[in-house]
Write a protein that binds this ligand. Sequence first.
Ligand code: PXG
Length: 289
Amino acid sequence: MKIWLDGNLVDESEAKISVFDHGLLYGDGVFEGLRFYSGRIFRLEEHVRRLFDSARAIVLDLPWTQEEVCKFTCDTVRANGLTNGYIRLVITRGTGELGLSPYLCKTPSMFIIASTIKLYPEEHYTNGLSVITCATRRPAPGALMPQVKSLNYLNNIMAKVEAIQANALEAVMLNEQGYVAECTGDNLFLIKNGVLLTPLISDGALDGITRAVIIELAEKLGVPFQEKSLTRYDIFTADECFLTGTAAEVIPVVSLDRRKIGTGKPGEYTHRFLKAFHELANTTGTPFA
Ligand code: PXG
């Protein structure tokens, strides 16, 4: 496997970063996860734009343009001879001395991995996921800006641990006010009386690229859409529920805290969104060949 690392495509065995890198020492950095389907990177510009916004929000000046990062990403996928897969793009604050100050780091480091990812076993895309509500809360904007895809994912990892320990694969995370924010690495959608609902970004949801795609598709499919504060009550009483994310794609949810959602089976609307999503993903995007 070839890894793009600070300007060079190197072998995986040579793709190493310093133990003094602040990304490792302090989680000081940002990342993106992208997918490519049938030789095209899906929503490449949107992901790179969000990456630059994340960097800006943590005062990380980047020595590359967005166009360059798009090109490096395409180069990496091409170098690995893949047609379908997952891209992990990581930018760290770079190598510095010990100490929190980011000003101890002279230049950021970037690496790009083109590989594959499987978030959930295939059967759940057909039969749906059973999820739980976890005790770990989504951080408040004043603690760790929830819109920033930073290298601080311990919060989400602890939520994932709760899910796995409860024999579930995914957890619904609430914010400090008790409103639904999202899951550990996916945005959440509900269908209630024919209306598509999703939590507000201001309730702690990541401004997901797949979330935006679903909102676009709602318009195309003629499904009314509303972004609003949601509680567990809304999930318990919804007709359908599904999660979205670049890694997860679109996956049905059939129960929350062992209580059936709707009929307890993936619903009609979910199927329509799932199908429309895959059609779009397989026919649009930036060619890298
Ligand atoms: N919420 C969070 C907290 C995420 O990290 C999403 C929602 C979905 O957003 P997109 O833009 O992908 O539709 C994410 C996505 C990984 C990995 O290992 C990355 C994510 C989720 C799971 C795994 O690269 N990020």
